[in-house]
Design a protein around this ligand. Structure first.
Ligand SMILES: NC(=O)C1=CN([C@@H]2O[C@H](COP(=O)(O)OP(=O)(O)OC[C@H]3O[C@@H](n4cnc5c(N)ncnc54)[C@H](OP(=O)(O)O)[C@@H]3O)[C@@H](O)[C@H]2O)C=CC1
Ligand SMILES: O=C(O)[C@@H]1CCC=N1
Length: 313
């Protein structure tokens, strides 16, 4: 058997992460089955259960905690009761402590300002005793989190982003705290976040910048994408096609950087024919201070992220 994963505060990000993890495990099981590697066996139509050595670093049970019954209904609709390999995603309202007590790993995905309230619920410290607590909260430091739990709780921070939902996420994770389980915990974290995109370990001092760059980044990228499409529409392109061209172009450029190791400046120069239309467009954008506007946006978002865990003045 694998472990029980509790998503404490299962909203936009909790859903994105759970969806990605469940999808990745379903795909793994299907691939293993289809490739003849008898790693998983089907017992009931539509469900797969692992055979062979169990993997303790992969979740086999999920509990999603929310506060409102409307949110619970929404989660039940999204996940349809079935998780990867036939396991169920249980949805709980008003049962945070009980859910955490049943879990091995807890993914804290509530709003930053609610963390101390939820972690301060009577019995929560004990429920988290000895467990791995992964917080994705912007601006809430490990120092703050460790102050709200027992010393035995292993606290780490992760900063994922919404594309985790389609397994194209970028997650930055802090290094493991020293503990006898550090190696297993490292495996657990790597399996969760690398199954739903890229995962990189970085020191906590970089977290506010990561929050702005990759955490908020999908919003910034979408603004740029929308603006590109607007330009196309201005010049007569139908809206749907303009958006398709803009999004596929951004994806293509990003993949050339990520997969081909091409530097963005090299990629830009290769497109820019002397005296051509690209340099004409680039100069018009530079006149609008496009680069410093975007870079300053990341700076401001970083500074704002650093304040999100602080009490409101
Ligand atoms: N959105 C993003 O792109 C990113 C967000 N983050 C961080 O992730 C965290 C969550 O953000 P996001 O998913 O957008 O927020 P949401 O508001 O979508 O989700 C928060 C969840 O917490 C639940 N919740 C509220 N109160 C309680 C409670 N007392 N007990 C249990 N659950 C509760 C809410 O349930 P209900 O609706 O029932 O109240 C909701 O499901 C934030 O800390 C943010 O900084 C990090 C990276 C990216
Ligand atoms: O806007 C926010 O505060 C959160 C953190 C990163 C993305 N969304």
């Amino acid at each position: 058997m694998g472990y029980t994963l509790c998503v404490l505060g299962c909203g936009t990000m909790g859903i994105a992460i759970l969806s990605g993890v469940v999808d990745s495990l379903d795909t793994t099981s299907r691939l293993a089955k289809n490739s003849g590697v008898a790693k998983w066996e089907s017992h009931t139509p539509g469900t797969l259960t692992p055979i062979g050595p169990p993997d303790a670093t992969v979740p086999s049970r999920y509990i999603a905690c929310v506060s409102r019954s409307e949110s619970a209904t929404k989660l039940r609709t999204i996940f349809g009761g079935l998780g990867a390999l036939g396991s169920t995603i249980e949805v709980a309202t008003g049962q945070n402590v009980k859910s955490v007590a049943q879990a091995d790993v807890v993914l804290l995905c509530c709003k930053p300002q609610l963390a101390h309230v939820i972690l301060g619920e009577p019995g929560m410290k004990e429920a988290l005793d000895g467990k791995l607590l992964i917080s994705i909260l912007a601006g809430v430091t490990i120092n703050q989190l460790t102050g709200w739990v027992l010393p035995s709780t292993k606290v780490i921070r992760a900063m994922p982003n919404t594309p985790c939902k389609i397994r194209e996420g970028m997650t930055v994770v802090t290094n493991m705290p020293p503990s006898p389980d550090a190696e297993t915990d490292h495996d657990i974290i790597l399996k969760i976040f690398s199954s739903i995109g890229r995962c990189r370990f970085l020191e906590e001092k970089h977290f506010d910048a990561c929050t702005a760059l990759s955490g908020s980044g999908p919003a910034f990228a979408c603004i740029f994408m929308e603006a590109m499409a607007d330009g196309g529409v201005m010049m007569g392109l139908p809206r749907a096609e303009a958006l398709e061209l803009a999004s596929q172009t951004l994806q293509g450029a990003a993949r050339m950087v990520l997969q081909g190791g091409t530097h963005p400046a090299q990629l830009k120069d290769a497109v820019t024919t002397p005296g051509g239309c690209t340099i004409a467009g680039l100069l018009a954008m530079e006149d609008g201070r496009i680069r410093s506007t975007i870079a300053r946006g990341i700076q401001v978002a970083t500074e704002h992220a650093s304040q999100l865990g602080q009490p409101k003045k």
